[in-house]
Design a protein around this ligand. Sequence first.
Ligand code: NDP
Length: 321
Amino acid sequence: MKAIRVHTFGGPEVLQLDEVPVPQPGRGEVLIRIQAIGVNFIDIYFRTGLYPAEPPVTLGMEAAGVVEAAGEGFTQLAPGDRVAYCMARGSYAEYAVVPAWQVIRIPDSLDFESAAAAMLQGMTAHYLSHSTFELQPGHVALIHAAAGGTGRLLVLMAKMRGARVIATVSTPSKAEIARRAGADDVVLYTQQDFEAEARRLTDGRGVDVVYDSVGASTFEKSINSLRPRGMLVSFGNASGPVPPVEPLLLSRKGSLYLTRPTLFAYCATPEELRWRAGDVLGWVADGKLTLHIDKVYPLAQAAQAQIDLASRKTTGKLLLK
Ligand code: NDP
């Protein structure tokens, strides 16, 4: 089968289309014939070596497809089942072996592309809005990169929970996408000071929570945008990882909370995974959550997809097929 692998860490040029044997499922695993693959920023971190892995690394965490074979010890999935997953590396390929407990059945009305587009970023938006900081009516949330894959879904879910959303984006066309997702106010953080805007839009009080996937370039102003006892949810590094933080900073800025969550910790059990995936795929199936698939690339053009994602050119979701 074909698989996109990296043998040494580096830029997009290290992605290689290799011919490798089809993997075989062991106990508690299933083999999936992949139909659509989600592209995520985490794939770039594994390519560059920011997140550790032993090469050769087959990239990709997320895909939708058909169960081809099931290993022993798990009877709830059978060959032919339409499924999706997003927490097992190796999805930039024609087949992947995945722990069976991580595999979710797709509702009949959902196509493979939609399922692959919804899983990782949708479940991330779910845990951020429902668990890390449980948004309620009356809360004001500042959401960065709000036209991106995760950001846009987070805006939609924050609005579903009744919060007020201040969104940041880099361009007027991205501002339009954030507005259509329901953002109450949109700040062009490439032109405007988002800290000053967050203060102005909350009459000086500051926001209850900042969801910051941008990292290094926004961290300081994100902290400064919070109300006393507000929470900074630093969940990504699109502009680079946040440098070390002195706990006394949180004290000086008003007894703030800082957390650096991961999807894995918020889908740690089958029950939690099924709750989030059931909500997300169910909402997509019944039209409550709309997806925005920006572009679908052939598997062999995975490097181009990563270049586009990292260069801030894209909106919503990128897929490989
Ligand atoms: P996006 O579609 O959001 O793309 C990244 C966006 O970040 C860009 O479009 C851009 O939006 C913004 N950005 C700001 N500065 C930069 C920069 N210097 N370089 C590149 N992009 C920049 O990607 P994803 O939805 O896949 O991921 C977003 C972030 O969320 C990533 O950091 C990812 O690691 C994180 N994440 C974390 C998870 C977790 O559980 N912790 C799970 C899923 C994602 P604009 O042009 O508007 O500035």
